[in-house]
Write a protein that binds this ligand. Structure first.
Ligand code: NAI
Ligand code: PYL
Ligand code: MG
Length: 262
């Protein structure tokens, strides 16, 4: 998994505010509104315990503090434990946490200890970014391009198929592309073939690579909803085609996880 860096999480509050502004512009609802509508839940006064985890590559400076800021932004009462790992888990439960947030290098989970619901960041992120893309108010058709069918992209692409969109898809891994398109009923769309010049107004991207979206397939004012870091499109193309970009490193996916376990 591509791991976040402290630089990705700099100014997380302003990143969230900007993302919220863009989500509202694209869908008419803010991130809270989308989560509430999609999961049918609203936060009460659930207490969220955030447990730093030292295994693998260890603590990412500001990861836990960013989760604390994100939980607060979405109306949850949260605290970061002093101790990491098992001792931190014990501390969180002893101090009244009802929802636990914790991540190692492979899994970032939200676990609601009251109702037993558990969420994984990857599908929750893919699904919410796909949901945001699917709500684009000015979309010119129900055609969507999905790029990247990994742990985040696959659930997002599947979500778009289940919502009845005509999904075109690409992954640089040819075997995965073939398997996923046939499994989900997606039309393969080879972005490396310059003859493929169909234009899209809705694009969902989830890869760890930059500049995955070529100029030839971008329509003016399209939405690119992308959890993938770094950005799928250059600033130059973004400006040239007035792209509505939904991209934020941690908060949208975390909101999706928290609302999904209520
Ligand atoms: P993954 O490794 O499971 O999947 C990535 C997929 O992208 C692979 O199938 C790979 O073949 C494909 N790919 C790579 N380069 C490509 C290219 N140039 N064109 C088309 N396909 C390409 O990774 P995962 O877990 O799905 O994560 C994807 C991205 O999302 C990562 O950058 C990760 O850091 C980010 N992420 C962001 C979150 C957020 O809240 N913003 C949350 C979770 C992950
Ligand atoms: C959750 C993110 C989104 C993108 N990549 C995922 C990642 O960076 N995972 C690793 C999280 C490790 C957190 C570390 C800590 O500070 O507690 N163990
Ligand atoms: Mg994100």
């Amino acid at each position: 998994m591509a791991l976040l860096t402290p630089e990705d999480l700099e100014n997380i509050n302003s990143q969230l505010q900007e993302a919220d502004f863009s989500v509202r512009k694209v869908t008419g609802l803010d991130i809270k509104g989308i989560c509430k509508d999609f999961y049918g839940t609203t936060p009460g006064c659930e207490k969220v315990g955030i447990v730093p985890v030292t295994s693998g590559n260890g603590i990412i400076g500001t990861f836990s503090e960013s989760l604390h800021a994100i939980a607060g932004y979405f109306g949850f009462d949260s605290f970061v434990t002093d101790m990491p790992d098992v001792s931190g888990y014990y501390e969180a439960v002893r101090n009244g946490a009802e929802i636990i947030l914790m991540a190692d290098d492979n899994t970032f989970l939200a676990h609601n200890l009251k109702n037993g619901k558990i969420a994984n960041n990857q599908p929750c992120t893919g699904i919410i970014y796909a949901e945001i893309a699917s709500r684009y108010l000015k979309a010119d058709s129900r055609d969507v391009l999905a790029v990247g069918f990994g742990k985040v992209g696959f659930p997002g692409a599947a979500h778009l198929v289940h919502k009845g969109f005509r999904v075109y898809g690409y992954d640089a891994d040819k075997d995965l592309l073939e398997k996923t398109t046939s499994r989900l009923g997606i039309t393969p769309f080879d972005l490396s073939n310059p003859d493929n010049s169909k234009k899209f107004s809705i694009i969902f991207e989830a890869t760890p690579c930059a500049d995955t979206i070529p100029e030839s397939i971008i329509s003016e004012n399209c939405v690119i909803s992308t959890p993938g870091i770094p950005c799928a499109i250059s600033e130059e193309l973004q400006k040239k085609y007035r792209v509505e970009l939904i991209m934020e490193p941690l908060g949208i996916g975390t909101a999706s996880m928290l609302y999904s376990v209520l």
